[in-house]
Design a protein around this ligand. Structure first.
Ligand SMILES: [Zn+2]
Length: 377
């Protein structure tokens, strides 16, 4: 990864480059930033820059043997740790068991979300974790001599998923760091990391991507109408991964919005025949899509509530053009007296669908509850 390939984030890049130039490379750094901000991408570009044998003023050369290996993520002094899951092949899994998948997803798009990663490794309903067994792997890797570069680099993605025993072992390593080793920890949530680990690492804050930078990137990559691009920039809120998903799901979103508007209209006017037809329709789309619909509905409920109570605060409202047309009138039905109950019903439906309950019963039940909830003023 070259710095040049990072979307925006000029200040962070400059700061990192200056640490290399001034010889002030801190042995443990944590890149803290929201999903889609590029924290992993930046750490990769930084590691490549540190190891490049023909470093330029503002970037790696991209040509030297080190850079070439870095770009394929196969440099022998570059190590990765990330959350994984147990499955029938790996009873005590460590990151290296999933290295192939890791390289594929990272090379394809280093802005990927945790959700994408979970899908890639077929996590299903399991929670990917950095297990304690990983600590021994880390120590093993650190004991290897550096093969080619000055620095051995250990990138730990989603350090917040490391269990406590593992984190304590890592802490010991950070307290007595091996020479010429660079720990680059990547996290979206510092509250879930041991304070003692945080206190031993240098914090690199990676902010949301600036609107103009994101716009430039999307314009270069996709062919869009001006209005469409503005919608995506606004909705993705500085998250490149989210922008990609919005583009990918454009057609899907139309279907989801239709499902949502129909459910609300039929429930409000208690049209039971239409509701039954609606239930039959949604029963056909499969559980994954049903969950996607429920997530979508939860978002629209939230946005409509905000629209209802703070119509003027345009910055707070995240709706596409089509969603806005529907919401202008619908929002008056989502108020402080029913928003929590409606939210709860959608969450409950989500839970039941995830637990393989009969989907027709779940959705019919939801529609019946909505009949009353939407009437609350
Ligand atoms: Zn190079």
């Amino acid at each position: 990864m070259l710095f040049n390939e990072i979307i925006g984030q000029e200040k962070v890049k400059e700061k990192l480059i200056s640490t290399v130039k001034d010889g002030r490379i801190s042995h443990a750094q944590i890149f803290l930033g929201n999903e889609g901000s590029g924290n992993l991408a930046i750490a990769l570009a930084y590691a490549q820059y540190v190891s490049c044998s023909n470093r330029k003023e503002k970037d790696s050369c991209g040509q030297c043997p080190s850079c070439k290996k870095y770009q394929k993520l196969i440099h022998p002094d570059l190590h990765f740790v990330f959350p994984v899951v147990r499955n029938k092949n790996f009873k005590k899994p460590v990151s290296n068991d999933f290295l192939k998948e890791w390289r594929e997803i990272t090379i394809e798009n280093p802005y990927f979300s945790a959700k994408k990663w979970h899908k890639k490794i077929d996590a299903n309903n399991l929670k990917p974790t950095i297990y304690t067994s990983e600590s021994n792997e880390i120590i093993k890797k650190l004991n290897l001599k550096t093969f080619e570069a000055d620095y051995k680099v250990m990138i730990i993605w989603q350090i917040e998923t490391m269990n406590v025993a593992g984190a304590n072992k890592l802490l010991k390593i950070l307290e007595e760091p091996p020479e010429k080793t660079l720990f680059l920890l990547i996290s979206e949530n510092s509250e879930r990391i041991l304070k003692t680990i945080l206190s031993r690492t240098q914090l690199i804050k990676v902010p949301k991507i600036e609107k103009l930078d994101l716009k430039k990137k999307l314009k270069e990559t996709f062919d869009f109408e001006k209005e469409e691009i503005d919608d995506i920039i606004h909705l993705s809120n500085g998250n490149y991964q989210k922008a990609l998903e919005l583009i990918e799901n454009k057609e899907d979103n139309k279907i989801l919005l239709d499902l949502f508007t129909n459910l609300m209209r039929f429930s409000y006017s208690k049209k039971i025949i239409e509701i039954t037809e609606w239930v039959n329709e949604i029963a056909k789309i499969g559980r994954e899509k049903q969950k996607q619909f429920l997530d979508y509905a939860l978002r629209l409920i939230r946005e409509n509530f905000i629209l209802n109570i703070a119509k003027e605060e345009k910055k707070l409202i995240f709706l596409t053009k089509e969603e806005k047309i529907f919401s202008e009138r619908f929002c008056t039905f989502i108020n402080i007296n029913n928003v929590f109950a409606i939210n709860k019903e959608f969450n409950l439906a989500h839970f039941h669908i995830s637990s393989n309950a009969n989907n027709k019963i779940v959705f019919l039940d939801l529609a019946i509850k909505l009949m009353n909830l939407l009437k609350i003023k």
